[in-house]
Design a protein around this ligand. Structure first.
Ligand code: UN1
Length: 500
């Protein structure tokens, strides 16, 4: 796999690509695309220090001015959408349409953050005391540590970064070891925006490369007031207590185990398309990927028939080719994890179609699989774990209340969907007693959320909310101000304390 002129287009100096011994491979064919230098403990400390110093200066820059820098960054992203999207495809293996979509998501959040920079509103609150006013003020929080996963190497960082910068923070970013080039390219585009802006402090974005030890340095550093981490539930379970031990803040976006209920009244054609995009798109490697299908027994045979024939003929191959819908898995470990779960599904009396390795002759060092459907006689324990691969379990239901129970009976709570034309079912699904997820959709799949809404989930998904709505509050600190403009000093709760 050759990067061609992508590095140059994205402002990556050639020398960076061979500066060290961290080998970066493309999942497309397993070939080496770069050897990068990772950060030493001293490098990480220096970068955190630099980000902290940048925050000290940046917090005093008026928010709309901060928004202007994000606007310039959005322009860089627009101008380099094609090159960056391609790099995402080469490094993460997702099809080009999705690589481009991911950069678009970063552009969208830049626009959102620009508008937000004039809308960091606080409340004014009625005081119980005469001649007093209460209000809330939102202030920049500090340097923020952002840890991201391989599967969304631009967008998830951008959600955090653009909001943090608009909110007056700085960011130290540790990308996945599997997608460091994309991170360096984002950093280079950011530097172009900074240069055009002219007056930003150095260190608003520091990219740190390395493995778990580098992540741990971020997690343990009290200068990073917030750690925003995206990845597995296992990762979240180590990050959260460590940050809590120093009483820092976390924003966690962890595993999902997303389900869709298909009711008898559903438009099956729409459902089929939604299932395909959600279950096989990104080769099942989104945290919002569809993993469990809960279908009414009356429509299950027809729907599964259609799905199985679509799965059998879906275009699997080079994600840079326009016709491809399913690219490679990220690596051999992902492939083995999927195979292990397929074997388990069979032991649990499931009927598996697909799941086999394909294109092994052409790509002996890469891992392409046919997406799999495992029809299970009943929900199983294995279905409670997230397998980051295109493996879709299907179970049937008769009673709608049972479908909701099956739906919620997993440790994770990220995204969910129902296909129905019955208004009672639709409204129940999005009500308090319906889906227990952070994202609950009707007649669209669980994946592919827009940036305007808050993104994240409940239970073992970690509870964090990123991206749109009021997620920005996580990147700021709230001050409650009470101002006395009277000539008296009345105490709250009517307390009398001595005499005046
Ligand atoms: C992720 O997989 O971590 O909703 C993020 C979606 C995308 C983001 C996924 N907008 O599927």
């Amino acid at each position: 796999m050759d990067l061609g002129d992508l590095g140059q287009k994205l402002g990556l100096d050639k020398s960076i690509l061979s500066a060290g011994d961290h080998v970066v491979r493309s999942p497309i064919d397993g070939s080496e695309i770069a050897r990068l230098k990772v950060d030493s403990p001293a490098d990480v400390a220096r970068k955190i220090e630099r980000a902290h110093a940048a925050f000290i200066a940046w917090q005093s820059v008026p928010a709309p001015r901060r928004g202007e820098l994000i606007r310039l960054f959005g322009e860089e992203l627009r101008a380099h959408k094609d090159a960056l999207g391609r790099l995402v495809t080469i490094e993460a293996g997702k099809i080009l349409q999705e690589g481009l979509g991911e950069v678009q998501e970063a552009i969208d959040i830049a626009d959102f953050a620009l508008g937000l920079s004039r809308q960091l509103y606080g409340l004014t609150i009625a005081s119980e005391r005469p001649g007093h006013r209460m209000m809330e003020t939102w202030h920049p929080l500090g340097a923020v540590g952002v840890i991201t996963a391989f599967n969304f190497p631009v967008a998830v960082w951008a959600w955090n970064f653009s909001l943090a910068i608009a909110c007056g923070d700085s960011v130290v970013w540790k990308p996945s070891e599997k997608t460091p080039l994309t991170a360096l390219a984002c950093g280079a585009l950011w530097q172009r925006a900074v240069k055009r802006f002219g007056e930003a402090p150095e260190g608003l974005l520091e990219v740190v490369l390395g493995g778990r030890d580098v992540g741990e340095r971020l997690v343990d550093d009290p200068k990073l007031r917030l750690i925003s981490a995206t990845g597995s539930t296992a990762m979240g379970k180590t990050v959260a207590p460590r940050v809590a031990a120093r009483l820092g803040r976390t924003l966690l976006e962890l595993g999902g185990n997303n389900a869709m209920i298909v009711a008898p009244s559903a438009d099956l054609k729409l459902a089929e398309r939604a299932i395909l995009f959600a279950a096989v798109g990104t080769a099942g490697q989104r945290c919002t990927s569809l993993r469990r299908l809960i279908v009414h027994a009356d429509v299950a045979p027809a729907l599964l028939e259609r799905l199985k024939s679509a799965y059998a003929s879906i275009a699997i191959g080079d994600p840079l080719d326009a016709g491809t819908l399913v690219g490679p898995l990220i690596d051999g470990r992902a492939f083995e994890a999927m195979q292990a779960m397929l074997a388990r599904a069979k032991t649990d009396r499931g009927v598996v179609s697909g799941g086999e390795r394909v294109l092994a002759n052409r790509y002996p060092n890469a891992f392409y699989v046919r997406p799999a459907i495992a029809e299970m006689p009943a929900p199983t324990d294995a279905m409670r774990t997230e397998t980051f691969a295109p493996l879709l379990y299907a179970v049937t239901y008769r009673d709608f209340a049972d479908a909701i129970c099956i739906h919620n009976d997993v440790p994770q709570g990220l995204a969910s969907a129902i296909f129905t034309n019955d208004v009672r079912e639709a409204e129940t699904f999005v009500s308090a007693t319906g889906s227990d997820c952070g994202i609950a959709n009707v007649n669209i799949g669980p994946s592919g959320a827009e940036i305007g809404g808050a993104f994240g989930g409940e239970k073992e998904t970690g509870g964090g909310r990123e991206s749109g709505s009021d997620s920005w509050r996580a990147y700021m600190r709230r001050a409650t101000n009470t101002i006395n403009y009277s000539r008296e000093l009345p105490l709250a709760q009517g307390i009398k304390f001595g005499t005046d």
